[in-house]
Structure formats: C-alpha cells, structure tokens
Design a protein around this ligand. Structure first.
Ligand SMILES: *Cc1c(COP(=O)(O)O)cnc(C)c1O
Length: 371
C-alpha cells in the first residue's frame, strides 16, 4: 500500500466505522448511561460514550485534524465556546451572524457582563476598530446566513493570532466537504450538525473542532459538566449520515449553482446572493477557500414583504419551513422568523436546495414567482 492520502469521499464512508466484536459492519448503538467499573474506557455517558467517541473521531478526520467535541445542538456547541469568556471580557462577532447566536449573546451572556460588538467581518479594518484590550474571541460565519457573505478565513485567523484573540468560525453553511477552516489557521470550527451533517432534518446536533489542546480540554469539560451531549441514538444517526455527505452535498451544490444562475436572470428577482455567481462580491475569495459554493442561496424579490411571503407560500415542491442542508428543498421568509434580532431585508427569501431534480425545482420557482 502506498502512503498516499486517501480522498475525503473514502474517509466519509469509513471514518468512525470499524467492525464490531460481533463482526457487524455497522457500529452498534451504545445506549448505556453507565459502565461496569474498570471494564473499559467508559464510566458514565455524560463523560464519554462509545457511539459518541466514534462520531467525534470521524468528525475530527473530516475537519483535517484536531479534536472534535459533539453537542446536543448547534447552540449547545456555541454556548460551550462562549463559556470560554470570563465576565468583563469582550467578543467581536459578524453582524449577520445566525439570529440564535445574537439572541444568546443579547440575553444570557449580556447578563454575565460579556461585551459584544457586531461588525462586518468581511472588512478587517472594522474588525480591528472594534478590538479592545479585553477582546478574547472573534466569532464569524462564512458563508454567512442568510446573505451568504464570505469572510477571509486566513486573514481573520492571522489577525486574531497577532492579538492573542481566539478565532472561531461557524461553518454550518459549509460542511467539511466544502470548507476546512482549520487549514486556514482558525482556532475553533463550529457546526450545527442539524443541517448538512445530519442532512435529513431528523436530528439536532453540534460540533466544535480545534487543534489547540488547551481549548479542547476546556470545551470538553463544559460538554461533560453541563451535560450538553447528543444521545447515543442521535450520534449513531449522525455517523450514518456522514457516509453520504459527499454525494449529497455535491448534488445539492450543482443544483444550487444552476438555480442561482437562473434566478439571476429572472425579471421578478432583484438580487441573488450566491457565492458561486461571478458577480457575487465574495466569489474570488470563495474560490480560494471553498471547494464548493454551497447549496444555500437567498434572493431579494422585487416588491415588499407581502410579495415575498406570497412567493414563499406559493411553492409546491419547496416547503415553507426554517432550517437548511436537508434532502428536501426549503424556502423561508427570513425577517419574519428573526424576531427581535430581525436583520434580513423584508423582501429576502432564503432557499435551501435539496436533492429533488433541479428541473422540478426550477419549474416550482417559476410558477411561485408569478404570484
Ligand atoms: C442552525 C444554525 C445554528 C444553530 O444550530 P442548532 O442546531 O439549531 O442549535 C447556528 N449557526 C448557524 C449558521 C445555523 O444555521
């Protein structure tokens, strides 16, 4: 056997899988909460669990190294990272970060005396202008949700490192088959596994991955002590889902590229946000740091909120629902779900492209845009 590195597609099928004692090819689910004293590596499932161990090992392989820590949801993973901050410390966060993250900061972490500045992380000068002596964390999404803005992984992580600040990327919109932020020097990568990694809209989960052992240790301590762990069944489902991640995402990205190009020409559409379009302001950067442009796109329909909501509710194959990255295509009027953190333009619709035939998706959009 040569030492040539195997492809990620192969890793996806085999990572975290090794035959069980029974010879079973597929890993067993280990639902035990407790383990016979001194019988093996495990004591109690809040601390560690065999199924979760396999999942975490698989995820670390896919991220290209480091240690992955699995959580009960994306927000549980986010919380574990923010828990690194002490009262009086400060973080800088992308202004279009996921609304749930903004809500968590504005409510729970504000009460603890954690300072926050929301800035446009595409612009390193504005990031630097927000820096204070007590700044300890830079949190950014790329691509961002829902405007698909692209921030520079290498530049931001270098800036953070120069100032002794931890850099953390929410890479939910770009799973490891599209983007591996650790390779660009980012300290922490976070995923909502509820989205692409799970891929079937049937489980909640989250990950933080880091190549810095001292950060891994603190985040893992939070996972165990706060009990923010996924169930063995969810960990097993997620492991199963990872094996098809590559093919799912490739098909979803190809359909999204085609749909984005078509929408960009459509007379009822004012703007398309999709990094795979050459006219997208982050296109060149996305080419440099992503292997695929993703299957999420947003559009501004010509007209007001009422018009946008009418289009969303007129689709027949796209389901009007929140969330993303699943096998089924979804469409959503974003502003009306963002609540007090409402930041999206009133005429913005976000589309998550699934695995249906792209011709059917185009025909569905065509009829819905006529409304
Ligand atoms: C969904 C999402 C989250 C939160 O994850 P949950 O699994 O819903 O807790 C965080 N960031 C982004 C970008 C998301 O899309």
């Amino acid at each position: 056997m040569s030492e040539k590195k195997i492809h990620q597609d192969t890793e996806l099928v085999h990572a975290g899988r090794h035959p069980e004692e029974s010879g079973g090819l597929v890993s067993d689910i280990a639902p035990s909460t407790t383990f016979v004293r001194d019988a093996g590596a495990h004591v109690y499932s809040r601390y560690s669990n065999p199924t979760r161990d396999r999942l975490e090992a698989a995820m670390a392989t896919l991220e290209g190294g480091g240690e992955s820590i699995a959580f009960a949801s994306g927000m549980a993973a986010v919380t574990a990272v923010f828990e690194l901050l002490e009262p009086g410390q400060h973080l800088i966060i992308g202004e279009d970060a996921y609304h749930g993250v903004a809500r968590l900061l504005d409510t729970h972490f504000a009460r603890r005396g954690i300072g926050v500045d929301f800035v446009d992380t595409r612009d390193t000068d504005s990031v630097d202008a927000a820096r204070r002596p007590e700044t300890k964390l830079l949190w950014f999404e790329t691509p961002s949700n829902p405007q698909l803005r692209i921030s520079d992984l290498a530049t931001l992580s270098r800036w953070a490192q120069e100032h002794g600040i931890i850099s953390a990327c929410d890479s939910t919109l770009a799973p490891p088959v599209m983007q591996q932020p650790l390779a660009f020097g980012v300290d922490l990568v976070m995923h909502s596994a509820t989205k692409f990694l799970g891929g079937h809209s049937d489980l909640l989960g989250g990950f933080v991955t880091t190549a810095r052992p001292e950060l891994a240790e603190r985040i893992r301590a939070w996972q165990a002590n706060a009990g923010a762990v996924p169930s063995a069944f969810d960990a097993w489902l997620l492991l199963r889902s990872l094996s098809t991640l590559g093919v799912r995402v490739r098909q979803q990205c190809a359909s999204a590229q085609r749909i984005a190009g078509w929408l960009a020409e459509h007379p009822a559409v004012a703007t398309v946000f999709y990094p795979g379009l050459p006219q997208h302001p982050g296109h060149d950067l996305a080419r440099r740091q992503m292997r695929a442009f993703g299957s999420m796109l947003s559009i501004l329909v010509k007209g007001d909120e009422a018009k946008a909501r009418k289009v969303a509710s007129a689709t027949r194959i796209f389901t009007e629902a929140t969330s993303l990255g699943g096998v089924e295509s979804l469409i959503e009027h974003r502003a009306s779900i963002e609540g007090a953190q409402r930041r999206s333009p009133e005429n913005l619709l976000r589309l998550s492209i699934g695995l249906e035939h792209p011709d059917d998706l185009l025909a569905d959009l065509e009829q819905a845009l006529k409304n």
